[in-house]
Design a protein around this ligand. Structure first.
Ligand code: UDP
Ligand code: MN
Length: 263
């Protein structure tokens, strides 16, 4: 198979970021339309229904399942990074492509005096390409991280613990600002990020690979599916917005740390 004959499925975990999505859809469409070497791509925006805290890992799993049949590799894509110069072409190994633009993020819009610095060398979050075979092999993401944080670290360990090779492409993105749910405006970790850190340490404390939590245990209902109009003549059918309900429950500590509701 020629390198650009692989089919790409982009999965965007999503809830309550309408202003970001409004920018993301036309931006990504224009970006892909201008590629010198065209890529065969589709996009699923997976929206979690209201009620429980956000579960980014489980949403990415659901997005993967919804598009795995018709694709060869999946891009797990945050809605708040717009590509300026990034390589989304086939990757045979898990490959983060977000680099420039993600170094320092404000804790809240306008708070450039308080920033969160990511260790980009060690992170796999943001915008990540994964071959579908590898995603299945590592059982996708854990479904147990609710609210904010640590599902990406967990995902990296799923790869590292199996000694699977990874790649890295240093793409340039334009970040969109938002309140950071992991840190207070004073840049102190929030209660939910501390609870999820404990959860992460607990899940990996045995020295054995956690089993049975991921794609294999995922359960969700599709509430509705609507095509997104990306504004281009052949665009209809390329973008889909799928609202789902997750049949999983957070730990009481996670609910308490989120104030009982979605963050
Ligand atoms: N997200 C969302 N609604 C939320 C929380 C997260 O849509 O309430 C999605 C969105 O795609 C976002 C991604 O999950 O870009 C990562 O979450 P967030 O931006 O809060 O994480 P951080 O900026 O701290 O990495
Ligand atoms: Mn963000």
């Amino acid at each position: 198979m020629d390198a650009n004959e692989h089919r790409l499925h982009i999965v965007v975990p999503y809830r309550d970021r309408a202003e970001h999505l409004r920018q993301f859809v036309p931006w990504l469409t224009a970006y892909f339309a201008r590629l010198a070497v065209p890529l065969d791509y589709r996009v699923t925006v997976v929206e979690q229904d209201a009620g429980l805290p956000f579960n980014r890992g489980a949403l990415k799993n659901a997005g993967f399942v919804l598009g795995a049949e018709g694709s060869d590799y999946t891009c797990l894509h945050d809605v708040d990074y717009l590509p300026l110069d990034a390589d989304y072409s086939w990757a045979a190994e898990p490959t983060p492509i977000l680099w420039h633009g993600a170094e320092n993020r404000p804790v809240a819009p306008g708070r450039s005096d308080r920033t969160v610095t990511s260790n980009l060398e060690s992170t796999m979050g943001g915008v990540l390409l994964v071959p579908n075979g590898v995603f299945r092999q590592i059982d996708g993401y854990s479904n147990q991280y609710w609210g904010w944080g640590y599902e990406d670290f967990d995902f990296s360990l799923r790869i590292r613990a199996r000694r699977l090779p990874t790649g890295r492409r240093k793409g340039t993105f334009r970040p969109l600002d938002h309140d950071n749910d992991g840190f207070t405006p004073e840049a102190v970790p929030t209660p939910i990020s501390l609870v999820n850190r404990r959860m992460f340490q607990h899940l990996w404390s045995t020295g054995k690979l956690p089993q049975g939590d991921g794609l294999s245990s995922l359960s969700f209902e599709v509430l509705d599916r609507t095509p997104c109009d990306d504004g281009t003549p052949d665009g209809r059918g390329r973008w889909e917005h799928v609202r789902i309900h997750l049949n999983h429950a957070p730990h009481p500590d996670q609910l308490a740390a989120c104030g009982g509701q979605g963050t």
